[in-house]
Ligand binder design. Sequence first.
Ligand SMILES: [Zn+2]
Ligand SMILES: [Zn+2]
Length: 178
Amino acid sequence: MALIAIEGMHFFACHGFYEEEQITGNNFQVDVYLETSTTAAASSDELEKTINYETVYLICEAVMKKKVNLLETLAETISQRIKYQFKSLSGLKVRVTKFNPPLGGKVDKVWVESSETFTRKCARCNKPMLCYKDDTCWCKATMQLKKTSEQLRMNFGKKCLCKECLQFYMGKEVSEEN
Ligand SMILES: [Zn+2]
Ligand SMILES: [Zn+2]
């Protein structure tokens, strides 16, 4: 497992709950921590290729440009976008800091951190796998896989299932979906 950090990305923006902040703006910092797992990903080589620091920065920049009220929204949005961009993360942490918030006295900073882990075990074969709690995993899948899907729901409910196990049950149906 490796931890990749992109720390201290600075932005000037007008996010804030108070009107004065929305007009005068403030200094913000974004820190992103990407956890990668070689056991769950296909190979470490592939991992190297998929994590692009510049892409991470561009995602943060784009999100920070769009005015919102809360730091929570910023951290969540950045986290969501990074998660969908890099499909090999085992964990992700995003911290958004606002400097000198207007709280009536001298306050250096406030920050909000959003943190998620994606490593799960397949309900059928117990193999470590990644689940992003979205359409790409059985646990949240809305994919319409006919015949076998009812049987699978009965056996495993909404627990995560790895691609191999899904393929084992559904054969061609899965490969055609992708
Ligand atoms: Zn499995
Ligand atoms: Zn899942």
